[in-house]
Structures are given as structure tokens and as C-alpha cells.
Design a protein around this ligand. Structure first.
Ligand code: GLC
Length: 787
């Protein structure tokens, strides 16, 4: 069953049935301001920090699941009936009330129709202002004149979300709401003076009444679905001094048959008397609002134009050209801080997460990636490891950044060896390596030396088999091997990190460094050859007790996905062994909904394995289809040249491919979720959870663009090495690369799906698989024949 469809022309996902199994959300805002909004207008907002800059409140894990939000109520003043511009919160019966929600790039629209009144409610955040514009257009489609009211509703949060959730004895006595005659609500609060910004809500149409006190607007023993003020037809003009502040403004007008009225509300950050008044004046002219909306659309068009594709798969095209890239920008901006699943208390950048997030956007916004890499490098410690999360807004150098020994992870710092080379390959900005960046605790070093330090740290943290110690955890946060426990996955990541560095150092002519790390790579390889293989697949590690993890003789889980995929990605064995490992994946882990992460699931706690053993089978890190890890299986199969399998895996967890089974999948069909429930779960096999902020976004984009379509940057050019399904006749890509534009047309006449038989750049044959940068013109046509 489906709830909506993709309109690729408009770059929208259109939800026809508002009773979605979960809230399906969108992100508003491109810079410091972030608004999250669901298909029923629920959601919250914050400025710069989800933890300390929370402007609009949300009640997490509440019943109903989606309150409060950005609500607009419509009221017929003749009979007193009222409804909302989104289906919830009033929730009129769908037999008489129609609603469509359109999520687009940076905006969401709700269209409603009820008793001869149509409304269109559009919310967006302009590109460079910390405000939301709520546009409401109301049309009388009936034959009688109508007397109508509009009421807005938003609930202010007390900036610091922890305080807002816990410290009522204090925060409920801090706000002092104001109201300006121009129709502007002033939200100012004296919590920690001088540190908090202020908020406001303004109406462009004349305001008939207002409320700033939640209790006055909603009433006792009521909720957002039946506010007393709306029922009564007028607000109480309440000015909260303490209590829970809200923003409710009433407009009232009559509409002749066929007539339309346009109302605009502005909600945002700033001083009401100055910035609020300025915004109200500026946007009183509707053309100004339209211009802001156009600017937002241009912004997204530019961001998405750096990579586009046309393939035989409509689902793939929809995801790559629109939603996957859009999601990548969202994860890049907000890491894992705030969504409908992440309440925002863990602010800042997850170290490994943000390093990986850069991979999904570096082709489009390399300058912003550079800044973010600097933020991350500042979170690296002088001895090479990294802080597990970094708070760029409040970072200061010092010993306070050194984590306890038990909070040092085996992978965090190594991701720099993936993200920095990716940035260099995309941009050719080798000067970046000379930039001096402070360490988190003490001292300063060049970016190049930061990278070396990361490699040295891991070298110093090897265990009894010469493999990397697992430390607090590796990529799998819930695999807490500690002690002498070793992570074979981290060892594979280390191999790739070493290879990346060796390639870079050689390219730069730093032969001594290359030779030094080649010795490490060689020594690690010997340990892998001796201790990593388990007969049909690779082990996942060794436990503190010396027992094998993820092998045939292991307790409970006997195979893990990550050690198979990364064996291929890091090329740690001969081709036949790698193929055998991936064949074991196909045999034991692949399902119709995606590939499960480990099998069989853990059913009992094992202390020396860690928290992964605590989840019920099929959820999260315990034998779910952890989508992030599925992207690596796609890459691995592509690297092995098996395009049919790579594409089948890609499609198995592709949200767009779930659209017709949305009742099973349950989450948004337009963005990736963190995991899909695995086959060992007793009820919910195929059900997705934790959408939007997941590393799946960046890696899916890498998997499809760089490995299936096979277009990947190198230091001196662009590699073209597709591995596509055999029955595809071909595909086309447009790519911007170092200021050049390329149109790449790939044909697959012999249905091999791989192998570059012939490549032409602007009509001239190019040997090999790399289009040299030196031969590119500003506009290029690349013609490739596979075979
Ligand atoms: C979550 C975390 C990520 C971790 C993954 C697996 O997605 O954000 O850092 O790698 O879980 O545990």
C-alpha cells in the first residue's frame, strides 16, 4: 500500500493520505536555522544548536506522537465549526475533509478542502534569514459569502532543551511575553541573561486577537486539537509572565464566492521591535516572499546540479537526482543532532559520522567541507586519537578535551584518512595539507601531520594477533570489545587508511613517508593473512578472552556483514577469497528487504561482545538491516565486477523502491532510514526506523555514483569505471569537476555491464579509465562503450 508519490518535475513528494504510519518529515532551512516539519505540520525548530538554541518545542515520545507543531486553524464564524490547514491537530474525518501534503526542497505545503473552503499553507525558511515564512491562501469555492478566522499556533521552547524538559520549577517562571501593536508577538526570556536570542511571530494582515500564554489559548483539559480560543472564536490577548509561552495570532476576514485571501505569518529569531518590525514591513509585499522562495529553489537547483543521472531505473534517478543528495546536505548540516528520533540533546558533530557525511556533499560544496574538516581536525588529539564528538560552537583547546581511556574509539580518527583524501581528489587543493590546525588538547600541526598521527595512533593500539584493538567500539558503537579484544573491521579500515595515505604521499613525492607506512601495511597484512579468515568468510574480531567473534565456532552470531564488505573495499585478500566472503553474505545475510548485519542474532547478553547483544533480535545493531552497512555491500559487489548483484542490493534497501509497500516499511519513502527490522524479529520484518540523520545517505550516494555508475575523482582526473546491471542499455551522467562540466554517456551494447572498452573525450580516444584533468575543456562530452 502507498500513501503518496514522487513528482520529480517539481522535486516534491506528495502525500495523499495523511494517516501515515509514522510522521514523515522534512527539513527547512539552509544555514543556521533549522525547522523540522511533518506531513501533519508537527515539529520543532532551533537556531545553530539543537541543544541550546531550541526555539520551538516538540514533545518527544508523546501520545499522539506528533505534537505540537506549526498549526493554522480555520474557523467558520457563522456556525463555529473549525479545522486545521494540515489534517492534524484537529483531525476532521477524512470522508469530509481532504488534505494533501507536499514536501519539497526546503519547503512543505499543505492543501486542504473542507465545506467549500480551500486552503494552501506553505512553510519555508529563506536562504539567509533565521525566520520561517508561513503563507496561507484561503479560497471560497462555494456560492455563499463566508466569515472566516485564521488562528496560528506555535509553542516556544526555553532555548535549552534539557532545561525545557526537566527544570520546570525554574524555567516556568522566566518568560515575559510581549505584544506590539503592529501585530507582533515578542518572545523574550530572562533565562541566563544576554545569552539567548529572542523570538517573535508577526502577522501581515491585521490581528484581531492574540495569545502568548499556552493555557489561555488551549484551555484546561484540552489539547491542540480543540483549543478553547478557536472554539470560542477569539483569543484572550494573554500576556504570559511565566508559564508556558505560545504564539497565537488571529486574522478575520470575509470571502465572497470565488474570492481568495492571502495571509502571511513570520516566525523567527530576532528582536520583535526591530527585526520583527523590519520583517513584517519587508514581507508585506508578497513579491518579496515570492523572491525569497525563488531564491531557495535556485539554491537547491545549484546544489543538486553537480551530479545528475539518467538511468533505466526511475527509482534510482529520483533518489540520486533529488532526495538522496538533499538528505546528504541535511546530514552534513546537522550530523545526528536533531530529528524526530534524535531529540537534540546530543549536540555537535559525531566524529566518525561527520567525516563520512562529507563524502556525500564534497562534489557540491567543497568549501564548506573544507571548513568542516578543520572543525574535525580540531577534535583530534595530539596523540592521534579523536574526540568522539566535537562541538564547533564551543570548542576551546585544552586538556578537558582528552577523553577517558575507556571513551577512545578504534575508528574515529581513521575516518580522516577517508574524508581528507576525498576532499583533495575532488578539489586538487593540496595546500590544505599545509594548513596548521590545533589539536584538541595541545599543540598545532599541519593537516598532513594530523593524518600521520592518526595512523601512528592505530599502530600503537594493536592486540595479541597484531590486529587493531577494538577499544570503546569501532564503527559499530555497540561492539564494545575492550581489553585485548581486537576488531578486524577496524583493521580493514586501517588498511584502507594506510593505502590512501601511501597513495597520497607517493603522489606528493613524499617517498620516505610512503615507505614508512608501507611497512605498517605489510605487517598488518601478515596478521590478516594469519588470523582473519574463517573458512568461508572473514571473522569480525577476537574477544578479550581470545575467543573468535563472528566465526563458525562463535557463540550466537557467526557471521557479520562489515568484515566481508570491508575485506573487499580494503582489498585485504585475493579475489577468489573476497568473492567467497561476499557469496556467504548472499547466502546467509541477504533478504528481500536488505542485508542483515549479523546472523544469527544475539539472544543473550555477552559482556565481552558488548551492547549489541542486548537489542531484541532484528533491531538496530543486532541483526537488523542496518542500511549504512548495506551501502558497503553495494560497493563491494561493484568492486568485484558483479553489477547485477550490486544493483539488486542497492535496490533492496532503496526507500523509493518501498513506496508501494509503505505500510510495511512505514518510514518516508524519500529518505534513508538508519535500519530496517531484520528477519529474526517476530513481528516487524521490513519495518524501517530512525529516518533522515544516518550515514546511509552519504554512503548510498557514494555507492551509486562512484561504484555502480563508476564515476569517481582521482588526484589527476576523473575515473570512469561503471559496474551496472547487464541488461541496462547504458546511462548518462552530468558531473561538475574542478570547475569543468562533463556529460558522460555510457553504452553497454554487449551487455557486459562493465569494463571500459572504449572512451572518448570530446571525440578523442582516451586510453584507460581515467579522464585526465589536463585534457578537459570547460564543457566536455565523454563517450564510453562497455565491453
Ligand atoms: C549510528 C551512529 C554511528 C554508528 C552506527 C553503528 O548510526 O550514529 O556513529 O557508526 O550507529 O553503530
Amino acid at each position: 500500500m502507498r500513501y503518496g508519490y514522487f513528482d520529480n518535475e517539481k522535486r516534491e513528494y506528495i502525500i495523499l493520505n495523511p494517516v501515515t504510519p509514522m510522521s514523515w518529515v522534512n527539513y527547512l532551512g539552509t544555514a543556521d536555522y533549522c525547522g523540522i516539519i511533518s506531513n501533519n505540520a508537527a515539529g520543532y525548530a532551533f537556531y545553530k544548536s539543537a541543544k541550546t538554541g531550541r526555539l520551538l518545542r516538540f514533545r518527544f515520545n508523546s501520545i499522539p506522537m506528533d505534537r505540537p507543531g506549526r498549526y493554522v486553524y480555520l474557523r467558520d464564524n457563522t456556525d463555529g465549526d473549525y479545522w486545521s490547514a494540515s489534517w492534524q491537530p484537529v483531525g476532521k474525518p477524512l470522508s469530509v475533509y481532504k488534505n494533501i501534503c507536499r514536501h519539497g526542497l526546503g519547503y512543505t505545503v499543505f492543501e486542504s478542502e473542507y465545506k467549500g473552503i480551500k486552503s494552501e499553507f506553505r512553510v519555508f525558511v529563506p536562504v539567509d534569514r533565521p525566520i520561517e515564512l508561513w503563507e496561507v491562501e484561503v479560497t471560497n469555492t462555494g456560492s455563499e459569502e463566508r466569515d472566516l478566522s485564521l488562528f496560528t499556533y506555535a509553542e516556544w521552547c526555553f532555548w535549552h532543551m534539557d532545561q525545557d524538559l526537566t527544570n520546570f520549577q525554574y524555567i516556568l517562571y522566566t518568560c515575559r511575553m510581549g505584544y506590539l501593536e503592529e501585530g507582533i508577538i515578542d518572545y523574550s526570556i530572562r533565562l541566563w541573561p544576554n545569552q539567548r536570542p529572542q523570538g517573535f511571530m508577526a502577522s501581515v494582515l491585521p490581528v484581531v486577537s492574540f495569545d502568548t500564554d499556552r493555557e489561555a489559548f488551549i484551555g484546561l483539559y484540552r489539547h491542540e486539537g480543540n483549543p478553547e480560543a478557536v472554539e470560542r472564536g477569539v483569543c484572550a490577548n494573554s500576556l504570559a509572565q511565566g508559564g508556558n509561552p505560545c504564539a497565537a495570532l488571529q486574522n478575520r476576514f470575509t470571502l465572497k464566492p470565488g474570492e481568495t485571501k492571502y495571509a502571511l505569518f513570520i516566525l523567527g529569531i530576532g528582536d520583535a521591535a526591530t527585526y520583527g518590525v523590519e520583517c513584517r514591513r519587508r514581507y508585506a509585499r508578497r513579491e518579496q516572499v515570492a523572491a525569497e522562495f525563488q531564491k531557495l529553489q535556485d539554491y537547491w537547483a545549484e546544489r543538486l546540479a553537480h551530479f545528475t543521472c539518467a538511468t533505466p531505473s526511475a527509482e534510482l534517478d529520483t533518489m540520486v537526482n533529488i532526495w538522496n543528495q538533499y538528505q546528504c546536505h541535511t546530514t552534513f548540516n546537522w550530523s545526528r543532532s536533531a530529528s524526530f528520533n534524535e531529540a537534540g540533546g546530543r549536540d555537535g558533530l559525531g566524529y566518525r559520522d561527520t567525516n563520512q557525511d562529507t563524502l556525500g556533499v564534497v562534489h557540491a560544496i567543497p568549501d564548506l567541507v573544507r571548513d568542516k574538516l578543520v572543525d574535525l581536525l580540531k577534535g583530534q588529539l595530539s596523540f592521534g586519537a579523536a574526540m568522539h564528538s566535537v562541538q564547533p560552537l564551543t570548542w576551546t583547546q585544552g586538556a578537558h578535551n582528552v577523553p577517558e581511556e575507556s571513551r577512545i574509539f578504534s575508528d574515529d580518527h581513521l575516518w580522516l584518512l577517508i574524508s581528507v583524501p576525498a576532499y583533495l581528489k575532488e578539489t586538487g587543493d593540496f595546500d590544505f595539507l599545509n594548513l596548521m590546525v590545533p589539536y584538541a588538547d595541545e599543540g598545532t600541526a599541519s593537516v598532513y601531520d594530523h593524518l600521520k598521527q592518526a595512523l601512528e595512533f592505530s599502530w600503537s593500539k594493536r592486540g595479541p594477533h597484531g590486529l587493531l584493538l577494538g577499544l570503546a567500539a569501532d564503527w559499530n558503537d555497540c561492539l564494545n570489545l575492550k581489553g585485548k579484544g581486537e576488531s578486524i573491521w577496524s583493521t580493514f579500515l586501517y588498511c584502507l587508511a594506510l593505502d590512501e595515505f601511501i597513495t597520497l604521499a607517493s603522489y606528493l613525492g613524499q617517498e620516505a613517508d610512503a615507505a614508512h607506512f608501507r611497512q605498517y601495511r605489510q605487517a598488518i597484512q601478515e596478521s590478516i593473512d594469519r588470523y582473519a579468515w574463517d573458512g568461508k568468510w572473514f571473522l569480525r574480531g577476537y574477544l578479550d578472552s581470545g575467543k573468535k567473534l563472528g566465526g563458525q565456532e562463535s557463540e550466537q552470531t557467526k557471521i557479520f556483514l562489515n568484515s566481508q564488505t570491508w575485506a573487499v573495499i580494503a582489498r585485504v585478500a585475493a579475489e577468489d577469497r573476497l568473492k567467497q566472503a561476499m557469496d556467504s553474505v548472499q547466502e546467509l545475510l541477504a533478504t528481500e528487504h536488505g542485508i542483515i548485519k549479523n546472523y544469527p542474532a544475539y539472544r543473550e547478553h555477552i559482556l565481552e561482545v558488548g551492547a549489541v547483544t542486548d537489542f531484541p533480535p532484528g533491531l538496530k545493531e543486532n541483526a537488523a538491516i542496518f542500511c549504512h552497512t548495506n551501502t558497503w555491500a553495494v560497493i563491494a559487489e561493484a568492486l568485484l565486477g558483479r553489477g547485477d548483484r550490486a544493483f539488486a542490493y542497492y535496490r533492496s534497501f532503496l526507500p523509493a523502491a518501498k513506496n508501494d509497500r509503505a505500510d510495511v516499511y512505514t518510514m518516508e519513502p524519500y529518505v534513508y532510514a538508519q535500519f530496517i527490522t531484520g528477519k529474526e524479529h517476530p513481528q516487524y520484518f521490513g519495518r524501517a526506523r530512525n529516518s533522515w540523520l544516518t550515514g546511509t545517505a552519504a554512503w548510498s550516494f557514494v555507492a551509486v555514483s562512484q561504484y555502480i555508475l563508476g564515476i569517481r575523482p582521482a588526484y589527476d582526473g576523473l575515473v570512469i569505471d561503471p559496474v551496472i546491471p547487464q541488461d541496462w542499455p547504458g546511462f548518462e551522467v552530468t558531473r561538475r569537476f574542478r570547475g569543468k562540466k562533463l556529460t558522460i554517456k555510457v553504452r553497454n551494447p554487449h551487455r557486459t555491464g562493465r569494463g571500459v572498452a572504449e572512451m572518448k573525450l570530446n571525440g578523442k580516444i582516451i586510453p584507460g579509465k581515467v579522464i585526465p584533468l589536463a585534457q578537459m575543456q570547460n564543457e566536455n562530452l565523454v563517450e564510453v562503450v562497455l565491453g
